[in-house]
Write a protein that binds this ligand. Structure first.
Ligand code: UD1
Length: 339
């Protein structure tokens, strides 16, 4: 059972490769290494004992992508992670985001049509909901106008997949991630932000290890119990396991519709200060932080209704916030030791 994982050397991709291998799938990774490193393949091998096949490929290159599929058409499914994901960068260079995130998806779908590959799992985001009126947010909540080109590429991608499915054999599961954090328990793979991290948890661990001076907490005047914004943080290994369940569901023809959508979160919301407290507790490090103004484009509060994913997929996120923070910290320390 061969599965193609695009973006398989990236953060969520690499954890998913490991979980696929654990379940006996043969994995082939393609990645253009724009935001990851080829040695992640070695790390994956160290964890699982199996070396996944790897090809460096930019999926926006139509000719090279077609050539790749001409040699690898016997795929049971594709898990498509490869995409740009920095919100601020997308605002400054929208075309780069549309070309990359939409262009690569179109090339994949065209090849799925040609080679009769049936099953696609797609990385979407809770960003498609914007600030939902009703919490926790369910999969049928309205899709609000995207706040960034990045968010828009996720909305458009969901539409491109749905419309293509309607006129082809292609089936898809769209997974809407909440806030993935944490790292593999081996501390051999984890998130590797390029430059200054945008996301909260890498910024916390980099501050704690001394790479950053101080964490800015964006806003303390939100309408939440402690005034800081609330998110649904999910451990990346829990998230990775949901991808395996999703691809197995499609291969086993257990889907109820050609395109299914699932929220992937824990269902629990935590504030920025709660995340910081959890980090300080498990790491025994006092974090240098200060409260500053809100970050433009941030929403106040979002967390998932996971009932549908729990009931239909038979999957549930298991790890606690403390476990997430401890694994993130162990990963940051492992990185520091390598330097
Ligand atoms: C962000 C993106 C989202 C994307 C996700 C994927 C924005 C507005 N949203 O989600 O579209 O899908 O990343 O990675 O960028 N925070 C601080 N200080 C920091 C960093 C963050 O206080 O230095 C706060 C934020 O204001 C927010 C929370 O921590 O309340 C989480 O932030 P972050 O990790 O960046 O995730 P999101 O903004 O939820």
């Amino acid at each position: 059972m061969k599965i193609l994982v695009t973006g398989g050397t990236g953060y969520i991709g690499s954890h998913t490769v490991v979980e696929l291998q654990k379940k006996g799938f043969e994995v082939i990774i393609v990645d253009n290494l724009s935001n990851s490193y080829a040695n992640v393949v070695d790390q994956i091998e160290q964890i699982s004992g199996i070396r996944p096949a790897f090809e460096e490929l930019d999926l926006t290159n139509t000719e090279k992508t077609n050539d790749f599929f001409n040699h690898h058409f016997d795929l049971k499914g594709i898990i498509h992670f490869a995409a740009f994901k920095a919100v601020g960068e997308s605002v400054n260079d929208p075309l780069m985001y549309y070309r990359n995130n939409i262009g690569s998806l179109v090339n994949i779908l065209e090849n799925m049509k040609i080679h009769k590959i049936e099953n696609l799992v797609f990385s979407s985001s809770c960003t498609v909901y914007g600030q939902p009126e009703i919490l926790p947010v369910k999969e049928d909540s309205p899709i609000l106008k995207a706040l960034s080109p990045y968010g828009n590429t996720k909305q458009i991608s969901e539409e491109v997949i749905t419309e293509t499915s309607q006129v082809s054999h292609i089936k898809a599961i769209l997974l809407r991630y909440f806030n993935p954090i944490g790292a593999h328990e081996s501390a051999l793979i984890g998130e590797l932000p390029l430059g200054i991290p945008n996301n909260l948890v890498p910024f916390i661990t980099q501050t704690a290890i001394g790479l950053r001076e101080q964490l800015s907490v964006f806003g303390s005047d939100y309408n939440t119990p402690d005034g800081t914004a609330i998110r649904d943080y999910i451990h990346v290994v829990d998230l990775a396991q949901a991808h395996v369940v999703a691809i197995e569901r499609m291969i086993g023809n257990k889907g109820k519709k050609d395109v299914e959508i699932f929220n992937l979160g824990t269902g629990n919301g935590f504030s920025v200060l709660e995340v910081i407290n959890s980090f300080e507790k498990v790491s025994h490090v006092k974090l240098n932080y200060k409260i500053v103004d809100r970050r433009a484009g941030d929403i106040e509060i979002v967390y998932a209704d996971t009932t549908y994913a729990n009931d239909e997929l038979g999957w549930k996120a298991k790890k606690t916030l403390d476990e997430m923070m401890l694994s993130s910290w162990n990963w940051e320390k492992a990185l520091a030791e390598k330097k």
